[in-house]
Design a binder for this molecule. Structure first.
Ligand SMILES: *[C@@H]1O[C@H](CO)[C@@H](O)[C@H](O)[C@H]1NC(C)=O
Length: 321
């Protein structure tokens, strides 16, 4: 599309998600693979939420955070994957401007909440490992509730501000987004109004949304590891580490992919890599988290076995009735 043709229009009514146009055809195998990933993610996370709600052994701050984290993960993947599935199936790569902004808003909202919940969970582990005697009095239900509510609010607030700023942008040039969802960097490249103020504002908010909780998480984990290394026996060290290892892996996967994606310059040669990695950070953490906790965590395993036993007993009793 020539630039002049667009100049008298304020905004395009729809965008093209070009990230999907060079997907090898036929797209059915990719569709099936993504569908499977999506279903496993949603199923496993709902499962964790149900365990946390139903089993009173898991009614502790650590698992309340985990339950909320699983809810965020479900929402987070649901902003990206279903849209992608439809595109794989129909090979339709257009997205309406409203659809794009909606996706942008919810993605930012859940990503921000996720960062703050990760920081909250590492603070919880920090208190448990570094202040074990004070843990019960410090991490009380009020604080727990405040931290969870604060995380949700932080994500919502910052995404509202960024989306508000973005909705003022004018898009008059080409409307092809070189990505597979409406992320902020590809959208910013398309804007034809002056983006310096917006870029600065977005930068500050992204800092508050992602970098600040990341630094907090990092500091808590440095303290945790320093304390663990000072434990004299290797048994004791292992025991302390086992209570935070699942969470540490999730943190590493999430921020590792995120940092790589946003640090790689969006130059022509690295763009493809960037897109592939974005795919990973949108699907990897939500699926890794429940799997890790259900495979490695003794309490979650115990709750699972309990639930299984009760279900079997229930089915048996209804069979004999
Ligand atoms: C999420 O956090 C709230 C507030 O602490 C808590 O009441 C709720 O049970 C949590 N949800 C899950 C699924 O754990």
């Amino acid at each position: 599309m020539e630039k002049e043709e667009w100049d008298n229009q304020t905004s395009p009514v729809e965008f093209l998600l070009l990230g999907l146009s060079n997907v090898p055809k036929p797209q059915v195998p990719l569709f099936l693979l993504s569908l499977m990933i999506y279903m496993v993610t949603v199923f496993c996370n709902i499962f964790i939420v149900m365990l946390v709600v139903v089993d009173w052994h898991l009614h502790t701050p650590m698992y309340v955070f985990l339950g909320n984290f699983s809810i965020v993960e479900i929402c987070y993947t649901s902003t990206i994957l279903p849209r992608l599935l439809v595109s794989f199936l129909t090979e339709d790569i257009t997205i309406s401007a409203q659809g794009c902004m909606t996706q942008f808003f919810f993605f930012g909202c859940f990503a921000g909440t996720e960062c703050y919940l990760l920081a909250t969970m590492s603070y919880d582990r920090y208190l448990a490992i570094c202040q074990p005697l004070l843990y019960a009095s410090l991490m009380n239900w009020t604080l727990c509730l405040q931290l969870v509510a604060g995380s949700w609010l932080a994500g919502l607030l910052m995404s509202t501000i960024v989306t508000g700023l973005f909705s003022k942008l004018q898009f008059c040039g080409p409307n092809a987004i070189d990505h597979f969802f409406c992320d902020f960097a590809p959208l910013l490249e398309l804007a034809c109004s002056d983006t310096t103020v917006l870029s600065l504002a977005t930068f500050i908010i992204c800092f508050l949304d992602v970098v600040f909780p990341f630094i907090l998480t990092l500091v808590f984990y440095i303290c945790i590891i320093a304390v663990i290394l000072r434990i004299p026996t290797s048994m004791g060290r292992q025991k302390a580490f086992s209570t935070c290892s699942s969470h540490l892996i999730v943190v590493t996967v999430f921020y590792g992919t995120l940092i790589v994606v946003y640090m790689i310059p969006r130059t022509a040669s690295l763009r493809q890599l960037n897109k592939v990695l974005s795919f990973f950070y949108t699907i990897l953490t939500p699926i890794v988290n429940p799997l890790l906790y259900s495979l490695r965590n003794r309490e979650v395993k115990g709750a699972f076995e309990n639930a299984l036993r009760k279900t079997v007993a229930c089915i048996e009793s209804s069979y004999w009735l």
